[in-house]
Design a protein around this ligand. Structure first.
Ligand code: SF4
Length: 344
């Protein structure tokens, strides 16, 4: 983790609505609002953690940023350049700068290809000729991620889960990207292997000056690796702050509930935080609750929460939260937004 600097990626009002169609003529009768108006920045050299329950839209967000999905609204700027609707031809050079690590190291590697072919594929796709040839370049990357370069001709089934994820990471590094989106990079791995892969990601960041967006549902993993953390609920960001601010003084009730469920090894370390059990399921993104989307599950909800959508307001500390009644907020840090009030 390094000192954050200028913006590498800027996401403004990003939306992805998947149409629901009916009948032979496929008349649109609704939409799944998977991502519904996201605003955030990723600074060069930092790691932004993106967390939330399953189905909150975090994986869709990762796929939108890398343009594996076409946004239906908003803007994506990479190094100041608008890439929101860039053509596939225009995106090709961009694919060198932006890569994605997938969740499942078993299904994301072609079982019929050797490790050499998998990790070397980006060179062939991009038509890049390396100084010493592809084999040498691939072997160097295998060594970088802690794999034996002599295993160049082996197949994925000959490796363990952790080693397969290292192969996946090696593939993303082939073209020396600037930004890596890691979608649940360790959730499919044995707990004993998770720390090794997280440490590897950190070492690679320092060595290769990488910027990460790490998507995860596991708040312990995100805490370990992130400089800043964004919390998503039902297609929207409800809170975003630096790691210390978010974990030590969360302001959104939903963040509080998520953190209260994180197991802590030492009972003294609980600092009095009681487990908050959220009632009910996440509402459908086809028909999300009006105003504050969390109000159907929030124990603090009041009338205003059902009628006025709380903005993602920025406090003087840089901590941003979308709640009319944020917790842990110093009164003098709350902006003068009429919709955001701190209870006495
Ligand atoms: Fe709860 Fe209201 Fe805050 Fe929404 S705005 S999180 S319902 S207190």
């Amino acid at each position: 983790m390094s000192e954050p600097s200028e913006s590498l990626l800027s996401v403004q009002g990003l939306e992805k609505h998947f149409p629901i169609t009916k009948g032979l003529i496929k008349r649109q009768v609704g939409a799944v609002k998977a991502v519904d108006g996201l605003d955030f920045e990723v600074r060069k050299g930092e790691t932004l953690g993106l967390v939330g329950e399953s189905g909150c839209g975090k994986t869709t967000t990762g796929r939108l940023i890398t343009r594996l999905l076409e946004p239906t609204g908003g803007k994506i700027l990479f190094e100041g350049r608008d890439i929101t609707h860039m053509s596939q031809g225009g995106l090709r050079p961009l694919r060198r700068d932006m890569q994605m690590i997938f969740q499942d190291p078993y299904s994301s590697l072609n079982p019929r290809h050797t490790v050499g072919a998998i990790v070397g594929a980006p060179y062939r796709i991009q038509g890049v000729k390396t100084e010493h040839g592809t084999k040498k370049a691939v072997q160097d990357i295998l060594e970088l991620v802690g794999l034996n370069p002599e295993h160049y001709n082996r197949y994925p089934h000959e490796f363990s889960g952790g080693q397969r994820q290292r192969i996946g990471i090696a593939r993303t590094l082939a073209l020396r990207p600037k930004l890596i989106i890691a979608d649940e990079p360790v959730s499919a791995l044995d707990v004993s292997i998770q720390a090794q892969v997280v440490n590897l990601l950190e070492d690679l960041q320092n060595e290769l000056d990488l910027t990460y967006v790490v998507i995860a549902h596991d708040l312990s993993v995100v805490r370990h690796i992130s400089d800043r953390v964004a919390v998503m609920y039902l297609g929207k960001i409800v809170e975003i702050a630096d790691r210390k601010g978010l974990y030590e003084a969360p302001m959104h009730p939903y963040t509080n509930a998520l953190l209260s469920a994180v197991p802590v090894p030492d009972v003294k370390g609980r600092t009095g935080r009681e487990r908050i059990r959220l009632q009910g399921d996440v509402p459908s993104p086809i028909n999300p609750p009006p105003a504050c989307r969390f109000h159907t599950r929030c124990w603090k909800a009041q009338e205003v929460c059902k009628t006025v959508e709380p903005p993602l307001a920025e406090l003087a500390t840089g901590h941003r939260v979308a709640c009319h009644f944020p917790e842990n907020a110093p009164k003098d840090a709350v902006p003068g937004d009429a919709a955001t009030q701190v209870p006495a």
